[in-house]
Write a protein that binds this ligand. Structure first.
Ligand SMILES: [Zn+2]
Length: 474
């Protein structure tokens, strides 16, 4: 059983060496500068989606490249664009910076992304989305946390490291420009630059912490399988008064199929979708109710520890239905209904296997012989970190020392699809998912913000990790 319980981390408050103290002092001394750099990045509206001006993503890449240059440790810094799949089209600009390891030292790849989600309705923001604003110890702005604070964590940690000693560890910095747009060129970027990106340890700084006081190492991520299904029963709509009662309605077929996806308690009822054997930290149902805005009197679904339902078990959500709207409703029997199903897949099962199980279930549970067609299938594999390597231990120790609190080994209900690409390209590397977010961050939403205490501790933890790795013999 993989133990994700809260007390499994390294002990807090250990004795630090003089070198470690010097590293943390350098982080503190450099924090105001790091914050200024973060503000400058947040001012650039680097939304990578097609409908937005790509000049901003380019400007953001240039700003990040200048920060990487400014650390003085890299042999080479460049802005790169890799092709999207097999097409000629190039993805958004990423920043690549490399410094080889001194003989016998490990190499570490540091990942974050400099693109951001669109800001949505500006009226819902308390501050201007691209005018970084500090309120009560948090910096507000789109990308202030996700993931420009991740970028700054790497930059500031490297600066602190370089201030204390000439780093011997190998470093590669990969700051992606289209994570929020599906990491379309991620795979070909890895292939193109495999040689310089190849590392013993990969640090993905794009996740969450347990709280502003307790860090997390994210060790379990659910995968996803999302797809559209069209159910058709008739060649054309028919009058419900004339034919209703004998002629099958696509909406009826859809409703009966949809109901088959869940047990009475809302847990998934699809044979072949598996659960992971994870021992999760304790969390109250009330906490989840409050965070998710569940109405009084509405019951939570599923069974077992509440975090295991979100981290270790599959879930199914129907996220859209194409059918006539109520104002357009007429007295007809519907010939066709289309819906989008989004399944979250437990760690330990491949997304292809889960999709096959869903296809089987749909074939077996679609009533009246309705025709079934699939389109827009999107699959992402789940991920379970092997925490037995030196990297996970070193990262947990560094977190405990920089935060003064033992980290929680956490799961995420969502997925980071590109992790599967990293695993495929670099099967021998240890992958660590860290981050600068906390439960109050509101990433992707209006009023996104970065907790500044968390940022400082995250930089400290990463700087300690790099400094210690720099003295390690591979
Ligand atoms: Zn992100």
């Amino acid at each position: 059983m993989t133990d994700l319980s809260a007390d499994s981390g390294a002990p807090a408050a250990r004795d630090l060496s003089d070198r470690d103290r010097a590293v943390l002092a350098a982080v503190d001394a450099g924090f105001d500068r790091a914050l200024e750099d973060l503000r400058a990045l947040v001012r650039i509206p680097s939304v990578p989606w097609d409908a937005y001006d790509p000049a901003h993503v380019q400007a953001s890449a240039e700003a990040v490249a200048a920060l990487a240059e400014g650390t003085g440790v890299f042999e080479r810094v460049s802005i790169e664009r890799a092709p999207i799949g097999d097409s000629e089209e190039l993805g958004q600009p990423a920043v690549l910076a490399v410094r080889p390891a001194k003989a016998g030292r490990p190499s570490i790849l540091l990942y974050a992304h400099h693109d951001v989600q669109p800001w949505g309705d500006e009226a819902l923001w308390r501050t201007k989305p691209f005018e970084p604003t500090e309120i009560d110890g948090r910096l507000y702005g789109r990308g202030a946390s996700d993931d420009k604070a991740g970028v700054i964590t790497h930059i500031a940690a490297i600066r602190a490291l370089a201030e204390v000693a000439d780093p011997e560890v190998g470093l590669a910095l990969f700051i992606e420009g289209e994570e929020e747009h599906g990491s379309r060129s991620f795979k070909s970027f890895l292939q193109q630059h495999a040689e310089v990106l190849s590392a013993d340890l990969i640090v993905v700084a794009d996740s969450d912490n347990w709280s502003t006081e307790i860090p997390s190492l994210t060790v379990a991520l659910r995968g996803n399988a999302a797809f559209n299904v069209t159910l058709t029963t008739l060649e054309h709509a028919s009058h419900s008064g004339m034919f209703g009662g004998a002629v099958p309605d696509a909406m009826m077929a859809f409703s009966r199929l949809a109901a088959s996806f869940w047990h009475e308690d809302g847990s998934v009822a699809v044979a072949g979708l598996t659960e992971a054997d994870l021992d999760v930290p304790e969390q109250t149902e009330q906490h989840v109710r409050t965070e998710a805005g569940v109405l009084d009197g509405v019951e939570l679904i599923g069974s077992g520890p509440v975090l295991s339902r979100m981290w270790a078990k599959p879930s199914i959500t129907i996220t859209g239905v194409d059918a006539p709207s109520v104002p357009d409703a007429s007295n007809t029997i519907l010939p066709t209904v289309r819906f989008r199903l989004s399944a979250r897949i437990a760690p330990g099962q491949s997304s292809a296997e889960a999709f096959a199980a869903l296809e089987r279930h749909i074939a077996e549970h679609t009533p009246y012989g309705a025709r079934i067609e699939y389109d827009s299938v999107d699959l992402g594999d789940p991920f379970l970190v092997d925490t037995s390597g030196w990297g996970a231990t070193a990262a947990k120790d560094a977190m405990a020392d920089a935060w003064g609190a033992a980290p929680v080994e956490a799961g995420i209900g969502g997925s980071i699809p590109f992790i599967a690409d990293l695993v495929q390209q670099f099967p021998a590397a240890q992958i660590l998912v860290t981050g600068v977010e906390d439960p109050g961050t509101m990433a992707h939403s209006p009023n996104e913000s970065q907790h500044l205490g968390v940022l400082r501790k995250a930089i400290g933890a990463e700087a300690l990790l790099l400094a210690r790795a720099s003295e390690r013999r591979e």
